[in-house]
Design a binder for this molecule. Structure first.
Ligand code: UDP
Ligand code: MN
Length: 829
């Protein structure tokens, strides 16, 4: 017996030892597994970043190659204009398909022959057509509004970017009547509603919906899956995906809009889910908060890149919290279009001018309404770092409508991870409305993160933003307009880019909140901000070849030559490194050009982040007053930008309708801005065009080369400052002339001057402000090849004198060949 006991004691020890050893082994194993999961995630993210960098590097090269491929760049512009109503539209329809297919590789989809029919059926089911936002152009309103599926409208937008009304003047240049305003992005989908939220990530396939009976869904199983979601934060892709698939918000295949009653039921069902989702996300936030506090974000972007492996990552949080249950029957709920009864039209009209949108309707829509999650499908599965920098969201406003201001603020509070939202700063730019004073203060008291700064006099958007930035405590500044709605998961993808490189300036995709029915609308994918002369902002799709070549998905960041201006994040440190905005810019306008050129030319990058989406009400007019003339204010701002940033390309700006600004008397002092550019060692505007916006045609002169006289059949040459005619020979520099955008006839820095009749020829140092140096050329049909003196009254033309081979100024005669001149190259007409 004793033996047995001893034996057992002895073996018990051994058993105990074995047990402890296996526990330790298990623990070590788990730790290793955890590390390796983190590693895998980090590695994935890192690979993505590397892929993207390569993509960006290649972008400029490829587009340059494409550019070289076109022999006649000018014709290419014409071609683009001609086809604006057809080709680009087709491509945008295709892109809309891709959008709906949710992040699949483009090539796969474009190859799918079924796509068209699927698209149409899908539309009928899902309602996600681009909705037209028909702005009426008021005085100075510039928003041309494209409608998908309407080539004519699309064309109008492509040709009239930013809706600037351009008038042809005698000299053939364009006179600008109005100027920059954030533009409605193209492909806003026409007259259809956005998808209902329960369809948002699992669109029903047309054939599924038409033929199959509604799926039965095990709601208990779903709930379990959803609750377990935070556990799957790291690495367990498959199960998370499963959870998403089974998420009740998407688990219905009933053809929704065929049955209104059915829809209501589903909406109610969805409403419950909104909370479930919000709660599960709250849990996820708690999980993220810990590492975020422990790991302080590194300072330098290189450090950050190295830190990729060290820091944890998690899936983007798709938060949508709200304090009170959402009323599913509320007006405009889920971003749906809301209509007013015809007997209320009077009210609508009466209140329209308060904001230049449907204020009457806006006031009836809940300030925390839900909107459809319009992100490409893979966005919710993207990984971001646990230790992202925090941000201060800055809203500047002047006389903003109460309900839209509140909806803007609530959308940020409800849909931003709390640990990343340092504060919301409301900068009141000396509003006159009573409700924006004490009432606003009181309302915002319930949100400790909201601060209000009151400016003592009207400063304008630009200086108001500067005031907000100066007060901000977050590491990143996020500027937003005061009539927006941030969509779920909007913030982390922006901050992630700044985290990866503090010189990246990310912008969300700006979606459209209808000014008429306040519905939330989708826009085309692959759009980037660009400008046309004279610095008019617009949207343009990435070239298809480029998208294909790089196998780009709809969720990849898009390099953006110019930002729209209203909505973006920027590292606070970098914002000040760049000298912030030029404080000499007044009120509104041109600041997006200034900051865009500055960012690109001084080492940064502007990107559009398709996984971050924010709706914005595009209005036909600014509802607030300008302290000075609106047109003059914007022109003056743009001239400041042109003088500081455009180098020799500023001629293109002035020549497109801004000649009257050439004397520069009113644009203020530029010394500091010019000094800043030198100090930052910023690159040239030519570099910007070549590398960032290579598809922009920006020839420095309108025509160049030899100047051939049709009567003499010889070329003009300058010998010791005197005109002679020689046999044309392009190797002779003395025969080379330029015809500039500002209509000078120039050889090096010498320009041909018009003297009085019969007084012959004179050369003068070039100076754009001297009227005697200006010549019309190609500006009239009957005198198309004539060089008409602008200075001398009534039609005097430059004429070759066949006797002494000199040139003279004589009354214009359309049949006189000695008055007809031709250049070797024409870059623009
Ligand atoms: N804003 C401002 N002061 C001004 C002009 C504009 O604070 O003098 C604000 C305005 O309330 C809005 C933002 O700046 O929140 C952008 O202006 P707006 O929406 O009129 O520009 P758009 O979107 O039409 O380009
Ligand atoms: Mn705006």
């Amino acid at each position: 017996m004793m033996k047995v006991r001893r034996y057992l004691r002895g073996s018990g020890r051994i058993l105990g030892f074995v047990f402890i050893a296996s526990v330790i082994w298990l623990l070590l194993d788990m730790a290793a597994l955890r590390i390796s999961l983190n590693d895998v995630n980090s590695q994935l993210l890192k690979e993505e970043v590397i892929k993207e960098r390569q993509l960006f590097k290649q972008q400029s090269r490829v587009t340059q190659l494409m550019k070289r491929g076109f022999k006649h760049p000018v014709q290419r512009v014409d071609l683009a204009a001609e086809h604006a109503g057809t080709e680009p539209l087709n491509s945008s329809i295709k892109l809309a398909h891709v959008y709906r297919q949710g992040g699949k590789k483009r090539d796969q989809l474009l190859g799918d022959k079924k796509m068209n029919s699927l698209h149409h059926q899908g539309d009928a089911l899902l309602h996600p057509k681009h909705v037209g936002n028909e702005h009426k152009e008021g005085a100075g309103a510039k928003n041309a509004t494209p409608k998908q599926g309407d080539p004519a409208k699309k064309k109008a937008v492509d040709l009239d970017l930013n809706g600037a009304k351009l008038e042809k003047s005698l000299d053939g240049s364009n006179k600008v009547v109005a100027s920059n305003k954030i533009q409605v992005p193209p492909g806003v989908q026409g007259k259809k509603h956005p998808p209902l939220p329960f369809l948002e990530r699992e669109p029903i396939k047309a054939e599924d919906a038409e033929t199959k009976a509604p799926k039965k869904v095990d709601s208990k199983k779903q709930e379990k899956e959803v609750k377990e979601e935070p556990k799957h934060e790291f690495g367990k892709k498959a199960s998370k995906h499963k959870a998403e698939k089974l998420h009740p918000m998407k688990a219905t295949s009933k053809p929704q809009n065929k049955d209104i009653k059915g829809r209501e039921v589903n909406i109610k069902k969805e409403d419950k889910q909104v909370h479930g989702k919000a709660e599960s996300n709250q849990n996820a936030v708690k999980g993220i908060l810990k590492p975020a506090i422990k790991l302080k974000a590194g300072k330098d972007s290189k450090e950050k890149a190295n830190a990729v492996r060290k820091s944890g990552v998690h899936k983007v949080l798709s938060l949508d919290a709200t304090n009170v249950p959402r009323d599913v029957n509320a007006v405009g709920q889920f971003g749906q279009a809301a209509n007013v009864a015809s007997d209320e039209n009077f009210e609508v009209r009466k209140r329209w001018n308060e904001g230049h949108f449907n204020v009457y309707l806006s006031d009836q829509i809940p300030v925390d309404r839900a909107i459809p999650d319009t992100r490409p499908r893979d966005c919710s599965r993207k990984l971001v770092h646990d230790d992202l920098p925090s941000t201060s969201v800055i809203f500047c406003f002047v006389d903003e409508v109460w309900s839209t201001l509140l909806r803007s603020v609530h959308s940020v509070l409800n849909r931003s991870p709390p640990h990343l939202l340092k504060e919301i700063i409301l900068v009141d730019d000396f509003s006159t409305k009573e409700y924006l004073k004490e009432k606003l203060d009181k309302y915002m008291l319930q949100f400790p993160k909201v601060r209000i700064i009151r400016l003592k006099e009207r400063q304008g958007l630009i200086r108001a933003r500067l005031a907000g930035a100066a007060a901000a405590k977050g590491e990143v500044l996020t500027f937003l307009d005061s009539h927006i709605e941030c969509n779920v998961g909007w913030l982390e993808p922006l901050l992630e880019r700044v985290y990866l490189d503090h010189r990246k300036v990310p912008c969300p995709v700006i979606e459209v909140i209808s000014d008429k029915d306040m519905s939330y609308m989708l826009v085309d994918n692959f759009q980037r901000g660009i400008f046309k002369w004279p610095l008019v902002f617009g949207w343009s799709p990435l070239p298809e070849e480029y998208i294909k070549k790089h196998n780009m998905t709809i969720s990849d960041p898009i390099r953006c030559p110019v930002m729209a201006g209203g909505l973006f994040s920027i590292s606070k440190k970098y914002f000040y490194e760049l000298g912030s905005y030029d404080p000499g810019l007044d009120v509104w306008g041109g600041e997006n050009m200034e900051i865009s050129f500055k960012i690109w030319m001084c080492g940064g990058e502007i990107e559009i982040i398709p996984c971050s989406r924010v709706g914005h009400i595009f209005r036909g007019q600014n509802p607030y007053k300008f302290p000075k003339d609106r047109q003059k204010t914007v022109e003056r701002n743009l001239a400041r930008v042109a003088e500081v940033w455009l180098d020799e390309y500023k001629d293109l700006f002035y020549s497109h309708g801004y000649q009257h600004l050439l004397d520069k008397s009113d644009i203020g002092n530029l010394t500091e801005q010019i000094e800043l550019r030198k100090k930052l060692k910023c690159k040239s505007f030519k570099w910007y065009l070549d590398n960032v916006y290579p598809d922009m045609e920006a020839p420095l002169v309108k025509a160049e080369g030899l100047l051939f006289n049709q009567g003499l059949r010889r070329c003009l040459s300058l010998q010791d400052g005197s005109p002679v005619f020689e046999i044309c020979d392009s190797s002779h520099q003395s025969q080379h002339f330029n015809y500039t955008w500002l209509r000078l006839l120039r050889q090096n820095d010498q320009c041909v001057a018009a003297k009085g009749k019969g007084q012959g020829f004179a050369l003068q140092p070039c100076d754009n402000t001297k009227p005697e140096l200006h010549w019309f050329y190609k500006s009239s049909t009957s005198l198309a090849d004539h060089l008409i003196a602008e200075y001398v009254s009534l039609h005097m033309c430059l004429e070759a004198d066949p006797h002494n081979e000199s040139v003279d100024l004589n009354p214009c005669d359309s049949r006189n060949f000695y008055q007809k001149w031709q250049f070797t190259h024409y870059n623009a007409h």
